[in-house]
Each structure stands twice: as C-alpha cells, then as structure tokens.
Design a protein around this ligand. Structure first.
Ligand code: SF4
Length: 406
C-alpha cells in the first residue's frame, strides 16, 4: 500500500479520474505550472530563507526580504506559466507576494518570538497501531514558544481567508499534529497556526486527543475507499471549477480527450539454459522452504489466536521486543457458487441489473465483500446484498518486528 499524503487523498476526493492520471498512469505530458502554485512556492522559499537567516542571528531587513523574493521569483520563473483568471497577469501575482511579505516582515521582524525547530520539515506517521495506513507531509515551520508549547505553522498565499470554524475543522495540520506528537511527546501542548499572508491574519486552532482519534478513523476510511477504487479500477471523472486548473484537461474523457494507456512493464532479461536452470533450482528451494514455514506459522497462529479476545485488538509481545497484533472481528461472507448456487445466481443478477457485472465478471466474492464494506457500491445494491451475506469471525494476525529488524 502506498504512503498517502493529505494532497493525494484530497486529489481523489476532488476527482478520482485526476487521481488515476496523477498517481497511477502518470502519462508523459508537459506540465505547465499555475501562477497561484508558483507564487506559493516562491513565498514559501523566501520565508524559509528568512527564518534560516534569523536563526543565524541575521534577521533580514524588509529590503533584504523583498530582494530575496524578487531574485527567487526571477531565477525560477518557468518558460510557460498558466494564468487562469481573466484580467490579471503574472506581474499582479508578483506584487501580491511583495505586499504579503511586507506585512509579514512588519509583524514578525526580527523573527525571534519563538525558537524554530524545523523548516519545510518532512514528517511521516501511521494512523493505526498495526502501521498499515501511513501518511507523509511537509510542515512549513515548527516552533517552540516561551512556554514550551509547540506550534505547527502553515503559510497561505490564497485570496480566500479561512473562517475560525473552518480552521477548527481543518484536517491537514491536525494530521501533522499526530507526527509532531511522536517527534516531541514530552510537550505541554500543540497549537495549529495558519498565516494568511495577504490578510495579515494569524489563525490558531487546537485539537483534543478525542478529535485526533476520530480524524484517524476518518482518514483510514478515506484510504480504504481509494484502495477499493484502485482494486476495482473505479475512477470516474468528477467535473468542477477545478477542471480549469487540471494538468490533464487535454487527456480527460469528460473534456473530449483520449486517455493514454500506461506503458507496458519492461520484460525480464532472456537467460541461457544454464542460467535458467539455476534460477529454477533457487525458486524450488525457496518454494519448499516457504511451504514448511507456512505450515509451522499456521500451527503457531492457532496457538496465538487462542490468547486473543473477540471483538478487540490484542498486543502480544515476544521476548526480543517484537509484537504480534491479533484483531478478532466479525466479517461478511458471501457464498461461493459451490456452497450456495441459488444465492450466487441471485447476486449475479443483482450486479447485472446494476451494470456492475463487468468489474466483478469472475464474480469474485472477496472483491464484492471489500466493496460492500468500504461503501464502494451504490447504496440500494448494498442494501439488497447485505442480507445474503453470513457474518463470520475474521481473525487478522500482524507482526511488529523489533526496531533493528525493520
Ligand atoms: S479535467 Fe476535471 S474531470 Fe477531467 S480529470 Fe481533470 S479534474 Fe477530473
């Protein structure tokens, strides 16, 4: 399973087809950067350098900060840039950045209100104790204030100001709080801070442990929906105002484009008969070892699961720092053709009527169960399928190895 980011998940929610272009097919198209994204990148880089200089005891003057901005803007300006809004030019955006940085400088110079702990810091974290659902992201700045409280900063160059209730419901910085909590667990509190540079506004919000626990579940659900869509190849187009900024507009089927197929994987090298025989020998040895290991693992698994409680996740530790994590739940099970032919045919008919027979053409009950559990099927079809499923115990056994073995 890939490591997800807030923007990757957001991309799927805005348009599943764009997600497929961007993260799965990756067609070789020429990317033309949008002016809004360019402004954001240059302002972020300028502020990163500003805080680096400040931490060296050389906080930049206003003229130095604006000079830095102007040089970065000019040095990185691409050959082609996309300006979607009518009646405005790239120069207008440049001046917008200048004004925003002037306000920032007036408010925070000499930038010593807090101790900077990280700039453009890459963080990774998991949403579940089994470490199945992983996320990553970049934090613009992490700081510690005089009281020891940690602050997660995000710079915004957009022309729309978030309201306080929107900030209190925002997920991105709250997700990053999960990472910061593990980086500095001994802290008196964490504050989420948005700097709306055009408005000279600092918005602050906090999260309780209960809110973070709910957010974890919410994002596990989102990732599971993306995984189910990937399994089914279900990436419908979702048109919106964002299409104007979409890099894949010319390929998009909803816009009259023709999507290109991903290039086929390259073939493995051809071997001479001797080399091939050696590969086959090695394969057979590994295969027999695998069978022995699987057999023994199955015996051990039965002993271990007898020590787990139904309806919970149990953590069982070994002697060397490793863990086995056992989850005992109930799961839906649809009948196979040989077990219950009548119900099987009934399900086939339902899928045909719903126009979903193609994705499940082999009537793969595992895939249908996944789609049922993750809400990937139309609600009326789910309601009719559920009574046909049996509820059976589902036991999941995972391992967490000692740190040095990971
Ligand atoms: S143009 Fe619109 S509908 Fe098409 S992939 Fe892009 S965002 Fe989705």
């Amino acid at each position: 399973m890939p490591v997800y980011s807030y923007s990757r998940i957001g991309c799927f929610e805005n348009c599943p087809r764009k997600y497929k272009f961007q993260y799965i097919e990756k067609p070789p198209i020429e990317m033309v950067e949008g002016i809004e994204a360019y402004l954001g990148t240059v302002v972020h880089e300028t502020l990163e350098t500003c805080y680096k200089l400040a931490s060296l005891g050389r906080p930049p003057s206003e003229a130095e900060l604006l000079g830095l901005y102007e040089r970065t803007w000019a040095d990185k300006f691409p050959a082609e840039i996309k300006v979607v809004r009518e009646g405005v030019s790239a120069d207008d955006y440049f001046r917008l950045g200048q004004t925003a940085l002037r306000k920032f400088h007036a408010r925070y110079h000499p930038f010593d209100q807090e101790t900077t702990l990280g700039l453009e810091r890459n963080v990774s974290f998991t949403l579940d104790p089994e470490e199945k659902y992983s996320m990553t992201g970049f934090i613009d700045r992490i700081s510690r204030d005089a009281s020891g409280r940690l602050r997660i900063h995000d710079y915004k160059t957009s022309s729309t100001l978030l309201t306080q209730p929107e900030a209190d419901a925002d997920a991105q910085l709250a997700l990053y709080q999960m990472a910061v909590e593990t980086m500095w667990p001994d802290n008196p509190g964490i504050e989420l801070v948005w700097h709306y540079l055009q408005f000279d506004v600092e918005l602050i919000s906090h999260r309780t442990p209960e809110q973070l626990a709910r957010l974890r579940q919410e994002y596990i659900g989102k990732i599971r929906r993306i995984e189910a869509a990937t399994e089914l190849g279900n990436f419908p187009t979702q048109e919106s105002a964002l299409c104007n900024w979409c890099e894949y507009l010319s390929l998009c089927p909803a816009k009259g484009g023709t999507a290109v197929a991903a290039p086929p994987p390259s073939a493995p090298p051809r071997l001479n008969p001797r080399e091939l025989a050696a590969v086959i020998d090695e394969y057979l040895v590994l295969d027999s070892r695998k069978k022995e290991a699987e057999q023994r693992q199955q015996e051990l698994r039965e002993i271990i699961t007898a020590h787990a409680e139904a309806g919970t996740t149990t953590f069982l530790s070994g002697s060397g720092g490793g863990w086995v994590i056992v989850t005992v739940n109930q799961a839906m099970k649809l009948p196979t053709r040989s077990a219950d032919r009548r119900t099987y045919e009934q399900i086939r008919e339902m899928l045909q009527t719903a126009g979903l027979y193609q994705p499940f053409s082999a009537l793969d009950m595992g895939k249908i169960q996944d789609a049922l559990e993750t809400g990937a099927l139309p609600p009326d079809l789910s309601a009719r399928l559920r009574p046909l499923a049996h509820i059976v115990p589902q036991i999941v056994v995972r391992v967490r190895k000692p740190r040095q073995e990971r």
